[in-house]
Design a protein around this ligand. Structure first.
Ligand code: NAP
Length: 341
């Protein structure tokens, strides 16, 4: 394919100030910046879908973590999929679809070594940011490698209508869970968990204390807790876990915008008597599972045993709205930003 027309400038989001608590519109800015043509070993990508993910809130802080903080007055980063419009790298041609880490912008000049070719004939392009991408692998690796799920396990997942959580519940069932319970933040999401994703029970954590609602939804207790939320959810799950229970500590979204240290869980001592295993999960450690994950999850998508939802926001100018919407629960399934083609 011939080289595509390349604009002189394109839009990208910069971090202007580090948020204290909930991010403000004034903490970020959408700027017009020159589009740099690729040098040897690089490709130029026109992004088609940009990912917004909860971990991005952590990167807005100036704290040492497993991933470097965003730099002030520099473009922000994140998952993106798009099409190569110019290539100076062997093995990449104009028109190829690629997944890479330079989101939050319309055009990205990317080291080819940091881009992965994806096949749009295999699945819609945006799926590589969700069910077939990082959130999908997180759900799969958390259940398979961290919780070591086995037939008959009773599983509880919080954030259950989101990108990771909706897959956790369904993959748990496909792996033989005897009971799957989820919590989410609206009546519509709770109905979806049961009706579309096949959960046995679900509750709205805003309707009352999590411990009481979990007790009703899982009267015989649970064997695995997949934690996306932290705080009162983790405390309730420790109470509900039986002997040799396992908790996958994946995220604590309830606390990402807090300015004070959280009060709980207050019942960590139960870990001892119950011989519980709480284990942190970092998806980056599980790249070796990628081929097994892709084969199994793509198969479930194809035969219809896995349902996958997206919430798409149109236009790069609404990317910060999409990010804040994600933190407020406006998404069902994976939140993505769709750019004009
Ligand atoms: P997501 O669940 O699609 O979106 C975030 C959801 O969090 C919202 O839709 C909202 O749903 C819920 N939420 C927001 N505030 C909440 C609160 N105070 N209490 C309970 N729920 C709240 O996001 P995701 O990408 O799938 O990520 C889910 C979790 O996994 C996050 O904690 C994320 O940081 C973590 N994660 C970890 C790894 C890893 O490697 N460890 C990788 C990916 C993701 P409701 O309407 O239900 O409130």
């Amino acid at each position: 394919m011939a080289e595509q027309p390349i604009p002189a400038t394109a839009r990208e989001w910069h971090l202007k100030a580090r948020p204290n608590g909930w991010p403000l519109e004034t903490d970020v800015e959408l700027l017009e910046a020159p589009v740099r043509r690729p040098e040897p070993g690089e490709i130029l990508v026109r992004n088609a879908f940009l990912s917004v993910d909860p971990y991005m809130r952590g990167r807005m802080n100036d704290v040492k973590s497993y991933v470097a903080p965003y730099q002030l007055d520099r473009p922000m980063e994140g998952g993106a999929v798009g099409y190569v419009v110019a290539s100076a790298a062997e093995g990449f041609a104009v028109g190829d679809a690629v997944l890479h880490g330079q989101g939050w912008r319309e055009y990205a000049t990317v080291q080819a070594a940091h881009a992965i070719k994806v096949d749009p004939a295999h699945a819609p392009l945006s799926y590589f940011l969700g069910v077939l991408g990082m959130p999908g692998l997180t759900a799969y690796a958390g259940l398979v490698a961290v919780a070591r799920i086995k037939e008959g396990d009773k599983v509880f997942v919080s954030g259950a209508a989101g990108a990771v959580g909706s897959l956790v519940g369904q993959i748990a069932r496909l792996k033989g869970a005897s009971r799957v319970v989820g919590s989410a933040g609206s009546a519509a999401k709770v109905a979806k968990l049961v009706d579309d994703y096949g959960f046995d029970a679900a509750f709205n954590y805003k309707d009352g204390p999590v411990a009481e609602q979990l007790d009703k939804a899982a009267p015989e207790g649970i064997d695995i807790y997949f934690d996306n939320v932290g705080g009162d959810h983790l405390e309730a799950a420790i109470g509900a876990l039986g002997l040799h229970g396992r908790a996958v500590i994946c995220g604590a979204i309830a606390q990402y915008n807090d300015t004070e240290a959280p009060a709980g869980p207050r019942n960590l001592a139960q870990l001892i008597g119950k011989r519980l295993r709480l284990e942190g999960l970092l998806v980056n450690d599980h790249a070796a599972l990628q081929p097994q994950f892709t084969a199994e999850v793509a198969g479930w998508l194809k035969d219809g045993s896995l349902h996958y939802d997206e919430t798409a926001v149109d236009g790069i100018e609404h990317m910060m709205d999409a990010f804040l919407g994600l933190m407020h629960g406006e998404n069902t399934g994976k939140m993505v930003v769709r750019l004009a083609s």
